[in-house]
Design a protein around this ligand. Structure first.
Ligand code: VGL
Ligand code: ZN
Length: 242
């Protein structure tokens, strides 16, 4: 097995039971990506993970507002100020929120990283979604696009990656069309090379998956399957072009 060069790190996004079949916010195909994440992790010297980590009654939960899951609303300081309407202007200072079923509740069994994952003890885990009033999809910015999730040591993910000499991130996880998408786009904006591995990710919807891939390609993010990574990182072993 070939390993990644030392400037390349593995990043696993929210690979939690809560996003797998039978979890609070079940993504179909969730369990099946876990062996792929193990394989990618084993190819990298450095590993980073994120964990969706919400308090009970989080403002992103439909139940908090007595609403149906998957409705779209405008939130201000965690309170609904309007329903989302395709034709209406965005209320000032409000953040668009899809209301989710309860998921990723701090300390619950289903919020833990998936039990089949091999997570070396010095890997770093970034918990996000702690603030009851702000949802947090990306591993770089919360959904207000201002505040940043931080490791226990106080560092943001881009700061930690730079300190660790990482320039390229190979990522996968759940959900491809929400947290993987937003994290990949923000890491690219921060100047990292980003590779999203499709067979190590699963999406909430197929429309969302296609839209995310379109965004990745527009922004210069690489999209591939796990069996393509060896030739990507070790191009000298490519067959010569015809
Ligand atoms: C996620 C919706 C809500 C994710 C987290 O990890 O993709 N999606 N919270
Ligand atoms: Zn969440």
């Amino acid at each position: 097995m070939k390993t990644f060069p030392s400037h390349v790190a593995f990043l696993g996004i929210d690979p939690q039971l809560t996003f797998c079949e039978d979890g609070g916010l079940a993504v179909s195909g969730g369990h099946q990506i876990m062996p792929k994440l193990n394989e990618l992790r084993s190819k990298s010297t450095k590993g980073y993970w994120t964990q969706d980590w919400h308090p009970i009654g989080h403002s992103s939960f439909a139940s908090t507002h007595g609403r149906e899951p998957f409705t779209k609303v405008w939130l201000e300081n965690g309170q609904i100020v309007a329903d989302y309407d395709d034709n209406a202007e965005a209320p000032k200072n409000a953040v668009l929120q899809i209301l989710w079923p309860d998921h990723g509740i701090q300390g619950t069994e289903e919020a833990a990283l998936h039990p089949i994952l091999h997570v070396p003890s010095d890997d770093m885990i970034l918990r996000k979604g702690n603030n009851p009033n702000i949802d947090s999809y990306s591993c770089v910015f919360e959904n207000d696009k201002k505040t940043q999730p931080r490791f226990e040591n106080g560092m943001t993910l881009p700061e930690q990656l730079r300190e660790d000499g990482i320039t390229t991130v190979v990522m996968g996880g759940l959900a491809l069309d929400v947290c993987v998408r937003d994290g990949a786009l923000d890491l690219k904006k921060e100047g990292f090379d980003v590779v999203v591995v499709l067979d190590a990710s699963a999406a909430i919807s197929s429309e969302g998956k296609m839209a995310a891939i379109k965004d990745f390609l527009n922004e210069g993010i690489y999209v591939c399957y796990s069996d393509e990574l060896d030739s990507y990182f070790h191009p000298s072993q490519h067959a010569p072009a015809p």
